[in-house]
Structure formats: structure tokens, C-alpha cells
Design a protein around this ligand. Structure first.
Ligand code: FE
Ligand code: FE
Ligand code: ZN
Length: 290
């Protein structure tokens, strides 16, 4: 029986004149066989025209090198859970609609979305707005699914429990187009025993949402102890989750088909600490060791 290949990569940039083709080249330089991009700066909503992204050249490179899939992350400044400021909610709806289109035109089937923050109005109201937003953007049908990310629970963030996500599923009409993107750092920071007993985390998830709903996993160590609710990513093996637990998740037999994406911080260069470099080539090779 042929063993299925683990899909492991990292978040990569999309800029310069090569845009998407450059993203693929960056992923390949890390020895990755999948990757994640933002379609522009994650902290704003300005985006380039599709025609400027060199999508075909990128796909040709992917094909030549056996990269079958990549995922897109929506910018984290949009807040579809905001029930207080209608303009903020509108911006989220309008942006998300375009971003879904962009993602499917680029050939991604997964758009990762932070559920958002209820900004003091309470979880129930926040969740209702998230569902309203998703229902609106999925209205016309979509080739790209929305993967709700598990959150650390800082501030008034929604999505720090699997129950929050299940509640969103319940309120979304086309929940067949919803998925979940787990984030190891976020789940740990939210209190789940990611390091101590990941199988029990999967069991809880399976009971509430079903393992088939996991569309991606962000593989990050955490700078804070379990339950801290902070969301500070650490490099692999340098945080409270640890190499062993993350290695086990990457190699987990129940998750072989799931693309896994590193979002660990850049490291200062040893000979010039004022500059930083991506740690992904080393971390990918380390995690792929048997
Ligand atoms: Fe995220
Ligand atoms: Fe993440
Ligand atoms: Zn994070």
C-alpha cells in the first residue's frame, strides 16, 4: 500500500512582480508541498487585480513540482461578528464576498476566516452576525469553502471553543460549505490539552463537529502556558506545546489528508540580529523526520 504523503508547508508572501508565482517559488524553497497566502496585506483590504497576480504561471510551477493545493487566509482586520458598528459589519460582508471570488479564481478551495470579536455585545449576538455574514456571502453559491479558525480567546474573540463553531454551523444555511481550520497555538491558548492529550482534543472535536470538517491545521508552538488566552506564536520546539506533540499532530494518521501550515515567527539572523529570516525550511524538515 502506498503511503499517503504528509502535506506540510507554511504561510508565504505574495508580492513583488511575480506575485502568486513568487509565492509558489517561496514554498518550494522551503521544501513544502502546500502553502498559505494572504491575497494582500493581512492588515488592510486593498487588493490587486487578478490579472496582475500571475496565477497561471504559479499553477504551472505547482504542477511541475507536485503541489496539489494551497489555502487562502482572509485578512484578520475584518470583523463579521461586529453587531455594534454597521459599517464594520458591511465592510466584512463586502470584502469577504470578493475574497471568496478571488480565492476560487486563484484555484483555492479553502478560505480561512477568523470568526471575529463580539466587541462587548456578547457571544450570542456576535455569533448571529457571523452567521448572517456567511449566509449573505454564500448566497450565490461558491466553489470555495469558508474554514472558521479556532481562536485563542483574546479580548472578545469568538471561536475559542468548538461549541462556538458548532453554533455558527447551526445558524448557517449552507453549512456544507463551512469547514474548520485548527490552530495548535490558539487551541492550546484557549485551554485545550494540545500538548498533553491531543487525541482527547480530536475526540471532543469529533463529537461536536466531526473530524471530516477539519480542512487545515496551523502548526505553531505557543509562547504562553495552556489556557493563557494570548495568541503569541512560538517557533517549533521553543514553546509550551513542544516538538514532540507538534510532530505527533503532523504525522497523525487521522489527519494525513489535511494540509498543515506553519505560521511561526521569523528568526533574527545569527550574524545580523537586526534582520530576520523565515524558519520554515528547517522547521519543515525537522517535523517531517520520522
Ligand atoms: Fe489565522
Ligand atoms: Fe492561525
Ligand atoms: Zn495566531
Amino acid at each position: 500500500m502506498e503511503q499517503q504523503k504528509i502535506k506540510l508547508g507554511s504561510h508565504v508572501g505574495m508580492n513583488g512582480k511575480d506575485m502568486f508565482a513568487g509565492s509558489v517559488r517561496e514554498a518550494l524553497s522551503y521544501g513544502a508541498n502546500t502553502f498559505m497566502i494572504y491575497t494582500g496585506a493581512p492588515q488592510n483590504t486593498r487588493r490587486k487585480e487578478l490579472a496582475q497576480l500571475h496565477i497561471e504561471a504559479g499553477h504551472a510551477l505547482m504542477e511541475q513540482n507536485g503541489i496539489e493545493e494551497f489555502i487562502v487566509h482572509a485578512p484578520y482586520i475584518i470583523n463579521p461578528a461586529n453587531s455594534v458598528n454597521p459599517a464594520t459589519f458591511e465592510l466584512a460582508v463586502n470584502f469577504l464576498r470578493l475574497e471568496l471570488d478571488r480565492s476560487s479564481s486563484m484555484g483555492s478551495r479553502i478560505l480561512v476566516l477568523h470568526p471575529g470579536s463580539h466587541v462587548g455585545a456578547g457571544k450570542e449576538k456576535g455569533i448571529r452576525k457571523i452567521a448572517e455574514c456567511i449566509n449573505t456571502v454564500l448566497e450565490a453559491g461558491s466553489e470555495c469553502m469558508i474554514a472558521l479558525e479556532t481562536m485563542a480567546g483574546k479580548g472578545s474573540e469568538i471561536g475559542s471553543t468548538f461549541e462556538d463553531l458548532a453554533e455558527i454551523y447551526d445558524q448557517v444555511g449552507q453549512s456544507n460549505l463551512l469547514r474548520v481550520c485548527m490552530d495548535t497555538c490558539h487551541m492550546h491558548d484557549a485551554g485545550y490539552p494540545v500538548s498533553e492529550d491531543f487525541d482527547s482534543v480530536l475526540e471532543t472535536f469529533d463529537r461536536l463537529l466531526g473530524l471530516s470538517q477539519i480542512a487545515a491545521i496551523h502548526i505553531n508552538d505557543s509562547k504562553n502556558p495552556r489556557g493563557a488566552g494570548k495568541d503569541r506564536h512560538a517557533n517549533i520546539g521553543e514553546g509550551y506545546i513542544g516538538y514532540e506533540a507538534l510532530h505527533r499532530i503532523v504525522h497523525h494518521p487521522a489527519l494525513v489528508k489535511v494540509p498543515k501550515i506553519l505560521e511561526t515567527p521569523y528568526r533574527p539572523l545569527p550574524d545580523d540580529p537586526s534582520k530576520t529570516a523565515a524558519p520554515y525550511k528547517e522547521e519543515i524538515a525537522w517535523l517531517l523526520q520520522p
